[in-house]
Design a binder for this molecule. Structure first.
Ligand SMILES: Cc1cc2nc3c(=O)[nH]c(=O)nc-3n(C[C@H](O)[C@H](O)[C@H](O)COP(=O)(O)O)c2cc1C
Length: 214
């Protein structure tokens, strides 16, 4: 393996100060997401979701951000997956975006709620048929004996819904919305003196903005 301990980049593209950000962190996040989209990054809306269940063992995986509103950030998954089980036991979760081309990271923490049945169903039906069939074919996060066994399950689902225009949304599938109470916007700077601007929600629901040491 190459000596990764000797590989390092200097970050210098941009800087970030309290005076550069807007007072609403969701608007600030939309601003950065738009810049990431404009920069033609590959899936800048892919984010690491971290959860902790009753066993107190943190668990992380990538999911796709599918919506941003003043209420929070939405993603979709299988409610019976490992993440679904973790979130049932403990709705606290963290999201992380890393956009290396922009030398940026965003950290978001909060509490997760399931989206309404209407919202989950509407999104489910906006997906291509293959993705909708996949939601029926996969008992996400459960072991299976072989690839063939998975392909057989997928084929059975395909035959079952062959003549149906609309594959129904499974009960075990839907969205979660992370209601944020903490944001951090990180901009890489030379000599590891990075800019870190955070937002924390106080008890009256107001956002406090500050700077963290790198
Ligand atoms: C780029 C990318 C996007 C993904 N998007 C989703 C997603 O939106 N929803 C989802 O359930 N899994 C998604 N996955 C798969 C998850 O990372 C994970 O394998 C799966 O959800 C099972 O996680 P769990 O066992 O921790 O519940 C994605 C993976 C990658 C690499």
């Amino acid at each position: 393996m190459k000596p990764i301990k000797d590989l390092r980049l200097e970050y210098s593209k941009e800087s970030l100060d309290v005076s550069d950000v807007v007072s609403n962190p969701i608007q600030q996040f939309e601003r950065w997401m738009n810049e990431a989209l404009d920069a033609d990054l590959i899936e800048p809306y892919a984010m690491t979701l971290s959860t902790v269940g009753n066993d107190l063992k943190p668990s992380s995986r990538i999911v796709l951000l599918r919506g941003i509103s003043q209420l929070g950030l939405t993603f979709f998954t299988n409610y019976e997956s490992k993440k679904g089980q973790n979130l049932l036991e403990n709705p606290q979760a963290a999201l992380n975006f890393f956009w290396p081309e922009l030398e940026r990271q965003v950290r978001i923490e909060g509490t997760v709620q399931k989206t309404s049945l209407e919202e989950s169903t509407a999104y489910f039906h906006s997906r291509p048929k293959g993705n909708r069939l996949g939601a029926w074919a996969s008992d996400q996060s459960r072991p299976i004996e072989s690839k063939e066994a998975l392909q057989n399950k997928a084929q059975k689902v395909e035959v079952h819904y062959e003549n149906e225009d609309s594959v129904p949304c499974p009960e075990h599938w839907g969205g979660y919305r992370l209601i944020p109470n903490y944001f951090e916007f990180w901009q890489g700077r030379p000599s590891r003196l990075h800019d870190r601007i955070f937002y924390e929600k106080d008890e009256s629901g107001n956002w406090k903005i500050g700077r963290l040491q790198p």
